[in-house]
Design a protein around this ligand. Sequence first.
Ligand SMILES: C[S@@+](CC[C@H](N)C(=O)[O-])C[C@H]1O[C@@H](n2cnc3c(N)ncnc32)[C@H](O)[C@@H]1O
Length: 342
Amino acid sequence: MSLKSIQKEREYTKFVVDERLCYYEPSKNKTEKTFVEELSSSLNQKQKSIHPKFFYDKSGSELFEKICKLPEYYLTRTEISILRKLDDKLSAYMDEEFRLVELGSGSSYKTRILISIFEKLQKRIEYFPIDISKILKESTTTLLDDYENLHMTGIIDNYESGLEFVKNYDDKKNLIVFLGSSFGNFDYEPGLRFLHKINSSMKDGDLFLIGLDLVKDTNILEQAYNDSQNITAQFNLNVLSRINSELDSDFNVDKFAHYATFNDSKNRIEIYIRSLENQIVNITKAGIMLEMKKGELIHTENSYKYTIPKIEEMFSNTGFRINELWFDDKQYFCLALLSKNG
Ligand SMILES: C[S@@+](CC[C@H](N)C(=O)[O-])C[C@H]1O[C@@H](n2cnc3c(N)ncnc32)[C@H](O)[C@@H]1O
């Protein structure tokens, strides 16, 4: 499929902010339709659920930035500590041809470390951030001011559509990065399908850098998702406020609570919203009348934690060659640098 037909299919509008920054955004109708369709299905199952990608409206993205700074949330600072030590180790795999593509770029804070690595190799750096959240507009505008040599094309869409966009863009080599342990939100089989999708979006010579959280002490894991300032709880419950404002519903957020627990048979943190009483919520724009019993849970996120053998198995089953596995001193977190197995 050509780039033009992808733009048409997704009904993207191109916004040019500057000669060094443009972004593509699907129409509001399209985004709202996806939200309605997915909620209508996921809230109608025996185990009600809301997909974690819906966390990220403006408030959700702001709350996530607060989570990253929490003392209990070791993930961000640990991954940053590994990235800061990469420098020559990563640049040894690259040359002046590479473009940086980032899935779930968020605030692009960690991206700055990668940009500084690119700066040693290239005078003109190309960056394609992909994020479902409009935070992309702010983060790219800030980068525009901070880096004179950075040329950005943002895609405000889901990972899969962003990958299609990049795949059809041109023949330039890509370093695709997927940080923040966001891959941990995928269940095992969908995760393998997603890795296949990334693999098939890559050309020979492209690289893929992915951040994965590792299995560790249950207390450390559970505290990371049950912080003492209740920011994670606000982040989780914010999805109800988002549904209220975008789909005209009447969730009373005070009648729900955050619940996060480690499931050690599945090596994953599970996050839920618990109903504190029997209640009925109307989601008008989706035509949903949601009946919740006291104590009933809406599943909102899984965050898988990996072992090294699992990491090796996942990548060898999805057509990747592992070039490097980089860790922090405590072996809390892993960055894997992968190539397409040719
Ligand atoms: C856990 S945050 C990580 C942000 C940043 N990469 C980091 O490491 O701090 C996940 C980011 O991915 C975006 N995101 C979540 N689900 C997505 C999806 N299905 N498609 C595209 N972006 C998504 C969110 O908006 C958010 O910015």
